[in-house]
Ligand binder design. Sequence first.
Ligand SMILES: [Zn+2]
Length: 384
Amino acid sequence: MDRSCLDANQKAQRPWPIPGLVKEAIRNDPSLRGLVKVSPHLLPNLSGEIHPVFKHKNFPMLSKKAYRNLNLGLRLASRLLKAKHLLHWWVHVGYGKRVLKQKNRKGEAENYLEKTGNYTERQEQLTSDAIDSLSTLVLWTFDVWTGKGDFSYARTTLLNDHEPQPLHPLFAASGPRNACQVFLHDQYRYFAEEGFVDASLEEQLRFSFSFAATIVHELTHCFAAMRRGFLQPEEWFHIDDPDCELGWSWESEAFGGVILACDQKLCPPGHLVWNTWAEEVGKKQAGGYYRQLVPIDWIAGWFREETWSGESLLCVVQDDLVFWERSRKKVSLVHNSRAMGSKRPFTALCDLEEDSDDDHDCNDKVEEESLAVPQSKRLCRRSG
Ligand SMILES: [Zn+2]
């Protein structure tokens, strides 16, 4: 498939405001440059085996070169998948008691997972083995999303004509011919084939992080589907969750929230922004939501061995660049800058309207507007 990176992205879309706002903020305050430029002591050094579920054979559409370029992301995904401190999440999906929560719009029963006691070491071991057994039950492929407003990083389907496989006892409900096929956005494939090698280190790290988060997110759907024997409806991980979505539940557990490309662009990857799962789900009713730029050093830390050598939970307050996104077209930079002091309310510094371009100068458009923004937001990285 010979297409440009641009073609692999959504066509005919106006520039997203956040990249222009980041550029403008750095122009006004050069000390913010550190948020987008990786520190020299944080070059990636992550080593270790790639989990068998991510073996090249399971990605039949990828050339050797593309698979090699995905190596960094696959290593991170492998660490995340085997992380001891995240195993309890999978055990709950495997062994939580299914209790009726409600009927969904289709009239199907939606259950939530109730914890009836402490999980045992044996259940943890069986869960870990079941995750490993996904290596013969998941096929990774790529697809293009072309519809307007139809962007998705990935989606998972259930195959029911797969070559019969011996099933782990946790997956017995699924039936021996069931397996999962995951469609990843073709931007991932294209960037791995054509863009990765010449990309900046920051782009490589953002791409690899996004790819790792996406493939483990989809594996949560695969794991649960193999457990129950069908894909939908899923269970609510916890009765009080913002939504019934196991992938977001896992990402919130792993990263303290939802981290996405600010402009739905993966080729090359744009800045990553963070918000909570509840904000993501409630943004329509709330008339918008706050998203903050994820510092590139925070991303880089995931690809460092020392991050994985302890059991510490690393949380940092990062409110240097916060955006108030009211719609796709209307995004404000709300900035609790060091210069302004942390007690002052956030102030909307800049609005880029629908037809603005990246180089728009916001200085004439300073808008004083007090906003009910939390005074601090936390990004968490837990190692171990
Ligand atoms: Zn999902």
